[in-house]
Design a protein around this ligand. Sequence first.
Ligand code: NAG
Length: 356
Amino acid sequence: MARRKRLLKLILGILIGIFTSHLFTSTKLATFDMCYSRERKHITPVQLIREEDARASNKNLLFVGVMTAAKYLDSRAKAVYDTWGREVPGKVMFYSSEFSYSEHVPLVPLDGVDDGYPPQKKSFMMLKHMHDHYVDQYEWFLRADDDVYIRPDRLEDLLRSVDSKKPWFIGQTGRGNSEEFGLLSLETDENFCMGGPGVIFSRETLKRIAPHVEDCLEHLYTTHEDVELGRCVRRFAGISCTWSYEMQVILYHNQSGENAFTGDLKQKEVHRAITMHPVKQPQYMYRLHRYVKGLKIQNDQQESILLHRDIALSMQELGYRVSRLDFAELVKGLPLFPIHRGADGYLGDTNVLDKS
Ligand SMILES: *[C@@H]1O[C@H](CO)[C@@H](O)[C@H](O)[C@H]1NC(C)=O
C-alpha cells in the first residue's frame, strides 16, 4: 500500500512537473505577442526559471553563421536577429564585408572580404572563422543566408537525432538544372547542398575542410558559391550532400522569388518546414515569425488540455472528485494547486478542469 502510494506520488509529481514547465513556456510565448493576450488569462506570473537558465542545457548544440552584407545589416540581418536568431540553441553570428558595422547584431567584419557577388570568399572565410573560434564549442554549424527563416526548436530536434561525431553535410541537394549541369563541372555522381535554405555541417566536416579553405578558393570552377562549397567538402571531407527526399519538405525553398511568403501563410509547406527561403523583406520575416508563434501556441494549448486530462484522471484514481480538485492534496500538506483558483499564479486551467 505504501509502495503504491509512493508510485502514485511519483507519477503525479512528474505530471505536475511537465504541466508547470509547460505553463512556463506558454508564458514566454504569450508575452511575445500582444495579439495573443487572450492567452494571458490563464498564465502564471510564477517565474520558475530564468529564460537563460532554461536554455543553458542546449547552449552548445548549434552555431549559426549568417552571411549578410553591409547594406542589409539594419534590415534583413536585424530582422533575423529579432526573430528566430534569438532562439538558436547555441549562438548566432553575422558575417559581412571588411568595414561593416552594426549596433543591432553580433557581427564579424571579415578581413579582405567585400560584398560583391558571388559571395564565395565571404562564405569560405566565414567557415574558417567559425572553425578557428568556435569549432570546439559547438556540435553543429549552419551556414545561413540573411533571407531564410528557421524554426530553431524543430532544427534542434532534427540535429539531436543525428550523430554529430560523424562527418555530415546536410542540405537540400542540388545538381543544377539540365542546361546548367555540364557547366558546373560536376561528375554525374556529384552533387552539392543548395545554399538558400541553409547548409549544415557537423563539427567533423568543418574540421576537415577548414585547413583547405584557401586551396578551395584558388580552385573555383564556377561562380556559384554553393557549388564550390560542395566541391570543397567533397575534396577534403570526402562526403557529398546528404540526400533525402524529405529535405525538400523540411528545408523549404519557394520558387516565387520576391513574392515568396508574402501571401497566405496557411499552407502545408509552411506548417511542415524547418527552414523557409527566401524571405526578402524584413516586414515579412516578422510576420512569418508571428505566424509560427501562433502555431506553437495552438500546439501548446492542445498539449495543455491533454495534460490537464491526465491530471484529472490521475486524481480520480486517487479518489478525488474532479469538482473537488482545487482542494486536493498529493500527500498531506502538499496541495495539488498550491495557489488557489482566482489568485495570481494558479496553475490549473479552469476551463479544462471544469469540463472534465
Ligand atoms: C510559393 O510559391 C507559389 C507559386 O510559385 C505560391 O502560389 C505560393 O503562395 C508560395 N508560398 C508561399 C508560402 O509563399
